[in-house]
Design a protein. Structure first.
Length: 270
């Protein structure tokens, strides 16, 4: 607790019975927000294909899910979302194993915090390749199947930095703003196929990605907390709750939306 502001509190997670049996392809599932989302969907009886570059992390996530949710159906596929052929193969593997893809969770992503004058072409390409192009490749490959099967749900983890902008985060902000734009364009284009497309826009959330930035001194934790009206970091579980809501029937009329969960950051001076 800081100055009377409460820490993250345990909460009774929501229940969306309609998510039972849904087939969820979760990218970046080996860690952080993607892993927490996998737990949220597993709790609802969804069937999961976890995709990540990190083979060890995938195996650990699978074992953790099977221990926490006995009977859960979970498979893994190692692929980079930047490789359209590998993404297509991962979608085909998901279809072969589970018969369909109902929900795509685009979580895989990296940070890119650097002064813009020092940003190399490789830095720029890496951030755009992973944080924007990778989202598009996964979205297109999954949506081709959703069109055939009569509908689906696409959720991308963008960022509050897809809506607001920041010094020394140019490539990340540009990529995440691209994800928000992609979300709106595709929501309009694919509504006729019964595909909803939305984005979750987290503020600073305590994951390996943020921990490494704090450890490297690439972010000032105290300053971030002072700038956040609720004076704390978000938790991966709180982001998972947003995804569960947006994927559920309770959000059936919501498409093309970028839902911010940032402790008030963007509201304060946005
Ligand atoms: N943590 C935050 O504060 C925060 C805030 C806003 C948005 N986000 C976004 O949320 C998403 C998840 O972030 P996180 O904090 O859980 O990060 P994380 O580093 O804990 O997890 C990201 C996962 O993506 C995987 N990955 C990276 N590149 C990949 C690739 N090319 N192909 C497949 N997998 C790849 C990594 O191996 C890792 O398992 C990211 O898109 C990030 O930009 C995070």
């Amino acid at each position: 607790m800081q100055h009377g502001y409460p820490d993250a509190q345990p909460f009774a997670p929501a229940r969306y019975p309609g998510l039972a049996g849904k087939v969820v392809l979760d990218t970046g599932a080996a860690s952080g927000i993607g892993r927490a989302m996998a737990h949220g969907f597993a709790r609802h009886g969804a069937r999961l294909m976890l995709l990540d570059l990190d083979a060890g992390g995938l195996a650990a996530a699978k074992a953790e899910l099977e221990a926490a949710h006995p009977g859960v159906e979970v498979e893994t596929v190692r692929a980079s979302i930047t490789d359209p052929e590998a993404v297509e193969a991962a979608c085909a593997a998901t279809e072969a194993r589970f018969g369909r893809i109902d929900v795509l969770l685009n979580n895989a992503g990296i940070s890119m915090n650097k002064p813009s004058l020092e940003l190399t072409p490789d830095d720029w390409r890496r951030a755009i390749d992973i944080d924007l192009s990778g989202v598009f490749f996964c979205t297109q490959a999954a949506a081709r199947r959703m069109v055939r099967q009569g509908g689906g749900n696409i959720l991308s983890t963008a960022s509050m930095w897809g809506l607001a902008s920041s010094a020394r985060r140019l490539a990340y902000c540009a990529a995440k703003a691209g994800v928000v734009s992609l979300t709106k364009s595709l929501a309009a284009e694919w509504a006729e196929h019964n595909i909803r497309v939305n984005a979750v826009c987290p503020g600073y959330t305590r994951t390996a990605l943020v921990d490494s930035l704090l450890a490297r001194g690439a972010m000032d934790g105290e300053a971030l907390l002072a700038r956040t009206p609720l004076r704390r970091f978000g938790t991966p579980e709180e982001m998972a709750e947003v995804a569960l809501f947006l994927a559920s029937d309770a959000a059936a009329f919501i498409t093309g939306h970028a839902l911010v969960s940032d402790g008030g950051w963007t509201a304060d001076g946005f």
